[in-house]
Design a protein around this ligand. Structure first.
Ligand code: SAM
Length: 213
C-alpha cells in the first residue's frame, strides 16, 4: 500500500471527530461529540462527505453523521468537517451492513445514500444499498416514517429502487430521472458530491428517489 494512504488510515483513527464501529459505546461517543442524542441524518458511503458537511452548514440546529468503511476516505471527510469548524458533523468508520449494532431504535431521522456502487449485475443485487435486506436494517434505527434518499447516476439502480418502493408498499415522496432538469430543487438536493461532479462532467444525468420507510 502506498505510504501516504497508510498514513491517512492510521491518522483517521486519531481525529477527534472520527469514531469507529468497534469502539465500546460508540453511539454514546457520537452523541457526546454532537452534544445531544436527538435524531440525526446519516450519509451512507459518504466518501469525502460532501452531503454531511454541506447539510451541517445549512442546518446548524441539526446533527449529521458521515459513514464509510474506508478510513482513508473518512480522513478526507474529517478534514472537510474540521476546516468548516463544524460541531454538528461527525464521521464514523463502519460497514453499512452493521449499523443496526451502532444505532438504537428511533435514533435516525433521515438517510442519504450518495452515489453508491450500483452493482448492476442481477447476481449482485443483494449488495445494492436499497435492496430490502438493507431497508430492513435501516428500519431498525429510523424513526417512524423516516426518510431515505438515493442519488445516483445509474439508471439500473434508480429503476430497481423505484420497483422496491412499489413492491414493498413504501411511500414514494419524490422521484426524477433527471434531477437538474426538474423545477424547484431544494438546497439539499442541489448539493453536489465528488462523484456527482465527475458524472456531470461526463454528461450523465443525475437521478433522485426519496421515500419513507
Ligand atoms: C462511489 S463512492 C461515493 C462516495 C461519495 N458518496 C460521493 O458521492 O462522492 C462509494 C463509497 O461507498 C463506500 N462503501 C461502499 N460499500 C460500503 C459499505 N458496505 N459500508 C460502508 N461504506 C461503503 C466506499 O468506501 C466509497 O467511499
Amino acid at each position: 500500500m502506498p505510504r501516504k494512504k497508510q498514513k491517512k488510515i492510521n491518522e483517521a483513527f486519531t481525529f477527534e471527530n472520527v469514531f469507529y464501529e468497534k469502539q465500546e459505546n460508540v453511539f454514546k461517543l457520537l452523541c457526546d461529540f454532537l452534544g445531544s442524542d436527538k435524531p440525526v441524518t446519516l450519509e451512507l458511503g459518504c466518501g469525502q462527505a460532501d452531503y454531511t458537511v454541506n447539510m451541517a452548514r445549512l442546518f446548524p440546529e441539526k446533527n449529521f453523521i458521515g459513514i464509510d468503511r474506508k478510513p482513508n476516505r473518512i480522513w478526507n471527510a474529517s478534514k472537510n468537517g474540521t476546516e468548516s469548524k463544524l460541531k454538528n458533523a461527525v464521521f464514523l468508520i463502519a460497514y453499512i451492513e452493521r449499523l443496526a449494532e451502532v444505532f438504537p431504535p428511533q435514533s435516525v431521522e433521515e438517510i442519504w445514500i450518495t452515489f453508491p456502487d450500483p452493482y448492476q449485475r442481477r447476481s449482485n443485487m443483494k449488495k445494492r444499498l436499497t435492496h430490502p435486506r438493507f431497508l430492513n436494517t435501516y428500519k431498525k434505527f429510523l424513526i417512524d416514517g423516516g426518510k431515505v434518499n438515493l442519488k445516483t447516476d445509474d439508471e439500473t439502480l434508480y429503476n430497481y429502487t423505484l420497483e422496491v418502493v412499489e413492491k414493498n408498499g413504501l411511500k414514494l415522496l419524490k422521484s426524477t430521472d433527471d434531477l437538474y432538469a426538474s423545477q424547484k430543487l431544494t438546497e439539499v438536493e442541489e448539493i453536489k458530491t465528488k462523484y456527482e461532479k465527475m458524472h456531470l462532467a461526463e454528461g450523465k444525468k443525475i437521478t433522485l428517489v426519496s421515500f419513507c420507510i
